[in-house]
Design a protein around this ligand. Structure first.
Ligand code: CA
Length: 222
């Protein structure tokens, strides 16, 4: 899934992007509020990590504009300011969670993963589709209790399917969530990875629907 990171401290932004990439997310980066607001409004991200102190447009105003435009994706606020008034303003503007700087990268990843999971309507860290289990906290995948070894990209794909199980997802939607904004979005290579993933988790768990897209069965195939 694609995460927008708006943070003007370039070193910190790069660290967050690296950690998100390692955790299996695609990442769009922006270093100012104006561009960040635009990318959030137009980019189709699944969630955003937003700094409050930003050049050109403050983070709170970015968030107000997104929410004012009806954009409901989860937003995790990053800020050095620990004052209660700022937190209240953040939540009033539509923030979903808060991390105070300095923070551990693991905390950002865990909080973001749980925001995404809850936004998709799942209450626990373990996503299950029949005998297939994806633990969003550890990234471990098991089938009938046996570990399934996936590449980072396959895991990224499976996470999206598990969060949207039972629903048909189009190729366009998949490639939007799997690749960074600037990446070449190549349907052919996406299809190859989907083919490999289908073989690893058992043929028949991901249905292919001609002209529509793909659907992960919420149960074991019969
Ligand atoms: Ca800042």
């Amino acid at each position: 899934m694609r995460i927008l990171v708006v943070e003007d401290d370039r070193d910190l932004a790069a660290q967050i992007a690296r950690a998100l990439d390692q955790a299996g997310f695609a990442v769009d980066l922006s270093h100012d509020g104006e561009e960040g607001e635009f990318l959030g409004a137009t980019g189709g991200c699944a969630a955003a990590v937003l700094d409050l102190g930003l050049p050109k447009l403050p983070g709170i105003e970015v968030l107000r504009r997104w929410r004012g435009a009806g954009l409901a994706f989860p937003v995790l606020i990053l800020t050095a300011r620990g004052e209660w008034a700022d937190k209240v303003a953040g939540f009033r503007a539509g923030a979903d969670d808060y991390v105070l700087k300095p923070f551990r990268m693991e905390e950002v990843i865990l909080r973001l993963s749980s925001l995404l999971r809850r936004a998709a309507g799942h209450a626990t860290a373990e996503l299950t589709a029949g005998a297939l289990v994806y633990d969003t906290a550890t990234g471990l995948v098991t089938l009938d209790g046996m570990a399934v070894r996936l590449t980072a990209f396959e895991a990224r794909l499976l996470r999206f399917f598990m969060l949207h199980q039972g629903k048909v997802v189009s190729r366009t939607e998949l490639s939007e969530q799997m690749y960074d904004r600037d990446a070449d979005r190549d349907f052919r290579s996406l299809e190859v990875v989907i083919g490999r993933l289908r073989r690893k988790i058992g043929e028949g768990r991901i249905e292919m629907r001609r002209g529509e897209g793909y659907r992960l069965l919420p149960h074991d195939p019969v």
